[in-house]
Design a protein around this ligand. Sequence first.
Ligand code: ADP
Ligand code: MG
Length: 243
Amino acid sequence: MTADDPAIQLQAGRKLGSRYRVESLIGQGSEGAVYSVVDISTGIRRAAKIFGTHADRRGRLSTRHAQKLNRLRYCHIVLQYLHSETVRIKGRSLTALVSELCEGVPLEKFIAQQPGKRMSTFMALSLFQVLVEGLEEVHLSGEYHADVHSQNIMVQPRGVGFEIKLIDFYEWGKTTKSKQQQDILDAVRVFYEMLGGRRFYARLPDEVKYIMAGLQTKHILKRFPAMSDLSLYLSTFEWTSMT
Ligand SMILES: Nc1ncnc2c1ncn2[C@@H]1O[C@H](COP(=O)(O)OP(=O)(O)O)[C@@H](O)[C@H]1O
Ligand SMILES: [Mg+2]
């Protein structure tokens, strides 16, 4: 069941569980739908991800997601999970994962809003460093994301830098080096997307191309076998093409 299914299409103003009122649909995918909701007693806005019954047989998927987000609660880049709630929608019991409502916009949209639909080198490097340091924290706490792409990264420019939140983690069993390395490859691809992808690759500075390595898996992982290696590079590399 997806948000297209009438059972999960919720009217604004409708009550959700005992505590929330639905505001609007903010996202939908294969697992269910995400709504912004308002906590009736405090007026605080939250996000509720409602899992469809097919995707969430006996609540297993939503439980695994909640447990993973809970394990990552001290990583500041991770969306803060609050609690799960069983909600009745058209006679069915579904699970809603209630989290903080992220400010800002998905990175994909943020890139599309930039002049020429790409970020400047410095802006991209600055945002990429925040992403890499956040993922490094996730990896050092023994976890992985498994679905790093520009719709799962919420961006909020703040001061001279960026705050970002990672949403939509996947839980595919125990952490392995190859699952963490997939996050490295996916993060590098996101960086490539920030800088205009193939259209601009040839014009990028050598220091940036060193990270992307022509998007060749073997070369990227040889240079950066762990997220910490990429993080170290970003805070120490020397510019040769800029004086
Ligand atoms: N906590 C949140 N705050 C703000 N927007 C959110 C939040 N969670 C999800 N979204 C929006 O909803 C979309 C879909 O949510 P996501 O958790 O990625 O589910 P899916 O499995 O459908 O990709 C996201 O790309 C984002 O735009
Ligand atoms: Mg997503």
